[in-house]
Ligand binder design. Structure first.
Ligand code: CA
Length: 232
């Protein structure tokens, strides 16, 4: 079963996490400071739950330190609900962000998505799947063809690129900056409107009702998430 490192100084939250996670069979370690959390990292947990307001350091600071050498999924749980905090955490390498208070089911779902990603990451060396299926959406990466409910959808090269980047991170919120960098390139990271325009086009082609998207969800002020139908 997966091991979870919790870095959280608020006892009410860490005991709540302990109960729900142990109940699901996760092995957990709780540390209350950034320093202790980092020192436990050598045990290689499968996933990290990180608070930002820690007594010794800001949790935000330690994300890049972890990312220098490890792709362990990091889920932020924080009282800071501002969009700019979420965007920053995701841009410097966090996998997901939950604002306190959050529900147990939501945390568990985000953890499963993050863990599945990291497993995919581990397993994909040389054997990446050529075919993607998620709900009614399927992509043949080799033939570069996209289908919704077995009906072929014709995308422009940039729409296709945007969809494949989202599909490679299914279930995870991707920031505007990340999408701009991956789809258009680093020179374009200030062109937020590109993402909006192309996302609108993609929705028109993929969604039954683009005003109420089932696949391509907006995370207000942060970015977009391609729904993971295994989770929903
Ligand atoms: Ca705290």
């Amino acid at each position: 079963m997966s091991s979870v490192l919790i870095i959280e100084d608020e006892k009410a939250i860490s005991s709540f996490l302990k109960v729900i996670l142990e109940n699901k069979g996760y092995r957990i370690t709780i540390t209350e400071t950034a320093r202790d959390g980092l020192s436990v990292l050598s045990t290689m947990p499968d996933i990290i739950i990180l608070d930002l307001g820690l007594p010794d350091r800001d949790g935000m600071e330690i994300i890049p330190e972890i990312r220098e050498w490890s792709q362990i999924p990091i889920i932020i749980v924080s009282a800071r609900g501002r969009e700019k905090d979420k965007v920053m955490a995701l841009d410097i390498g966090a996998d997901d962000y939950l604002t306190k208070p959050f529900g147990a089911e939501e945390l568990l779902a985000r953890m499963r998505v993050a863990l599945r990603h990291s497993n995919r990451f581990k397993n994909t060396v040389g054997e990446e799947s050529a075919h993607y299926v998620n709900g009614g959406l399927s992509i043949d990466y080799v033939a570069r063809r996209v289908f919704i409910d077995d009906r072929e959808i014709h995308l422009t090269p940039l729409e296709y690129r945007l969809l494949t980047v989202l599909s490679q991170h299914t279930g995870k919120v991707l920031t505007h900056q990340f999408l701009l960098k991956e789809v258009w390139g680093v020179k374009y990271i200030s062109q937020n409107h590109y993402v909006r325009v192309f996302m609108a086009n993609l929705r028109n082609k993929i969604e039954k009702d683009p005003a109420y998207p089932q696949y391509l969800l907006t995370e207000q002020g942060i970015g977009y998430r391609l729904i993971d139908f295994i989770e929903e």
